[in-house]
Design a binder for this molecule. Structure first.
Ligand SMILES: NC(=O)c1ccc[n+]([C@@H]2O[C@H](COP(=O)([O-])OP(=O)(O)OC[C@H]3O[C@@H](n4cnc5c(N)ncnc54)[C@H](O)[C@@H]3O)[C@@H](O)[C@H]2O)c1
Length: 437
């Protein structure tokens, strides 16, 4: 099969690379020429475990990169759109990139194509894209047929390759049998593994993506709220979440108390849901609360650190982890960065270390006045508090013996509840977790 991917970011690059690994001929296109020229030199612009190896195996060969939309459209019988869809301040989705991509695609079309929208976008976007393409084709006097499909993406950064190859389900929203069969054939390898294909209409497929993210984010916010209550009542939120998660109806994922969710999806998609609801004259109470609890959680985590350290002015705080979760260099809406900003506002000096996300933090937050360090040890020299903000593997087995010799004050704040309080205390550190008194 010949596939083109328009928008070669986290989703597009993983999608294109994985399809090439599964045997398709893939062209990945992006308007970011720097990104494309790096990819052509074999430089992978994102950190995603396993991705580099897959790109190396398929490029050059079944995988190609281009910044020319004409090239991508000429190549692909199936054209995926995977451009970014940020949410604006008024909670509406900014679909500029989608419509730019759609217009570019339509102008280059010379025959039947299946256009697949993988970008997360409000219900109704698929139909609106269809109308846009129809009108461009009509204006140009091109009598071609095409089909519109919605195929939302559920991959998790940090686990994206595995998630793409072996997802929990594949959702296909299509209007024609022909398009449905083409996309089903594309995913035949995954279907053969027993992965359910849910085929539905375009509008329902679009909603599945938002509904899934709302459920997951709700679990996180609810658990954080319960953890805050545990802290006040003297219960241990770690054990509460473990026991609650053993109930099969609830499940154990997304129940670890912490600083709240971040990343490119949950915050953006939940805000977009508020926008979708407003457009339809509905006021969703739970979705609004999920967002509010998440925002408040970052403030509570800052207060937790402040309470432990005391007056921040003149103090140094070490923050371990900048990405919104381990396994990725993505810092979009990372709670760690929000907490660092509050520490800096409070007058603390902040030293940071992250195994993958420092470059992105520096380039995307040029105003963030922190000291970037080479490793955990250099970040901990003469510090008054070590904050574990993102649970990267290397922060899960810290050498507290050595750290004790480096710090000014042995204070450890574990925002991910990675450690047992007694295990840390035996090295002479004070320990503060989340949802534990
Ligand atoms: N990142 C995730 O974990 C994830 C998971 C599921 C769904 N999604 C959704 O997938 C979509 C893409 O997300 P992402 O994280 O990959 O975004 P991203 O910002 O990493 O990548 C988007 C890419 O699209 C390119 N682009 C923008 N306009 C373009 C155009 N007109 N033509 C060609 N390229 C263009 C950008 O240069 C960029 O490289 C979003 O809607 C997002 O909500 C993301």
């Amino acid at each position: 099969m010949n596939i083109s991917i328009v928008g070669t970011g986290y989703v597009g690059l993983v999608t294109g690379t994985c399809f090439s690994e599964l045997g398709a001929n893939v062209v990945c296109m992006d308007t970011d020429e720097v990104k494309i020229s790096k990819l052509k030199k074999g430089i992978i612009p994102i950190y995603e475990p396993g991705l580099t190896e897959l790109v190396e195996r398929n490029y050059p060969g079944r995988l190609r990169f281009t910044s020319l939309i004409s090239d991508a459209v000429a190549h692909g019988d199936i054209i995926f759109i995977s451009v970014d869809t940020p949410t604006l301040a008024d909670n509406t989705s900014d679909l500029t990139n989608i419509y730019n991509a759609v217009r570019d695609i339509a102008l280059c079309m010379t025959g039947y194509k299946v256009i697949v929208n993988k970008s997360t976008s409000p219900v109704g976007t698929g139909q609106s894209i269809k109308r846009e393409i129809q009108s461009i084709l009509k204006m140009q006097g091109k009598p071609f047929d095409f089909d519109m499909v919605s195929n939302p993406e559920f991959l998790r950064e940090g686990n994206a390759v595995v998630d793409f190859m072996c997802p929990d389900r594949i959702v296909i929203g299509a209007e024609s049998i022909k398009a449905l069969e083409i996309i089903e054939e594309l995913y035949a390898r995954q279907a053969a593994l027993g992965i359910p294909l849910v085929s539905t209409d375009i509008e329902t497929a679009e909603m599945v993506k938002y509904a899934s993210n709302a459920f997951l984010a709700a679990k996180i916010s609810l658990m954080n709220e319960i953890a805050n209550l545990c802290e006040l009542c003297g219960s241990d939120a770690g054990i509460v979440s473990e026991a609650v998660g053993l109930d099969k109806r609830i499940g154990r994922h997304f129940l670890n108390p912490g600083p709240g969710f971040g990343g490119s999806c949950f915050p953006k998609d939940l805000r977009a849901m508020l926008g979708i609801a407003k457009d339809n004259g509905y006021t969703p109470k739970i979705i609004k609360s999920i967002i509010d609890v998440n925002e408040e959680q970052k403030v509570l985590m800052f207060r937790k650190i402040k309470k432990t350290v005391g007056r921040l002015k003149g103090k140094t705080v070490t923050v371990l982890g900048l990405s919104f979760k381990p396994g990725t260099d993505d810092i979009r809406e990372s709670p760690s960065i929000a907490i660092i900003r509050k520490l800096l506002d409070g007058g603390a000096k902040v030293k940071v270390y992250d195994p993958q996300a420092m470059k992105n933090t520096q380039s995307q937050n040029p105003d963030l006045n922190v000291q970037y360090c080479q490793n955990t040890f250099s970040a901990s020299i003469k510090t008054d508090c070590i904050v574990l903000a993102t649970e990267w593997d290397q922060f899960v087995c810290l050498d507290f013996d050595h750290l004790k010799k480096l710090v000014r004050t042995p204070v450890f704040v574990d925002l991910r509840n990675v450690y047992n309080s007694d295990d840390v205390k035996k090295y002479g550190f004070s320990y503060t977790g989340v949802g534990r008194s």
